[in-house]
Write a protein that binds this ligand. Sequence first.
Ligand SMILES: [Zn+2]
Length: 322
Amino acid sequence: MLDDFSLEQNIAYKTLVNSVKNNKLSHAFIIETNGYSKALDFAIAFSKYLFCPNDYSNNKNCGKCMQCTSIDKNEFIELKIINPDGQWIKKSQLEELQDEFSKKSIVGNKKVYIINKAEKLNVSSANSLLKFLEEPEEGIIAILITENLYQVLSTIVSRCQILSLKNKLNLTGLSTIEKIANYVSNNKDDIDEYAKNEENNLKLKSVLEFIKYYEENHTNTIIYINKLWHDHFKEKDDIYNAFKEMLLFYKDILNIKLGKKVEIFNDYIDVLKNIEEKNTLDSITSKINVIMNLREKIKFNVNPNMLMDKLIIELERCEDHD
Ligand SMILES: [Zn+2]
């Protein structure tokens, strides 16, 4: 039930429950999994919460009503789950959904559709979905689930409320690159492959070289940005992952500053400590914000040169100049 997620996914949980209680339910959500393996379960539990007449979320006795049981059997017609058909989610699947949902509701006044792996929408199915989202019908709620928010058409994302799930993984004992693999990939095979690929290790080293250089030389970094960055990161996916690594790195610097345990960069303690000494608590948290905000822009085809110049200039604004 939805309450099972109240601790593990406290932010997304509270957002949803409050929006129902306050009667401010969005008509479209996009769930960013961040590698969390139970994202679909979470979406289904949320749907049950919406449909169950016994308030499924906190009534431990439910799961027995008509709505709950038919959802469990995947027979509840007011809830439709769309998975990729082969490599892609096809336009015909969206058309079928629209056709079914255009009929009058039999049970209640709500209909929910879940699109699992929304990054697998191709151009025509994405456009078909977009039309559906642009003209929201009363009572129809969309829940999109994706591993990679930036692979979903930005015009779709902008019409959805974003719910970012937390990755609850036990990563103790793993090397830094293995831990990072868990953040960038979702299933076990992809994780293993990512961690074993030497190229990914080299990319991680380039990210660290960039940060080290920046922390020593500040805005002068712009002069050497080709050698430090653009020679290594050309594709949008690579740039996005590099920003993810940068974010995790500064979060670990924050951990040290707060006297907490290093989570990811246990193989690079000396680098972390060196940079931690150069930064105040304020400058670290502002840098984390800068990286997070710019990372969001990568989805929208931002020019890489401008992105990196902006990053350096904005990081420089976070420094304590006294
Ligand atoms: Zn129920």
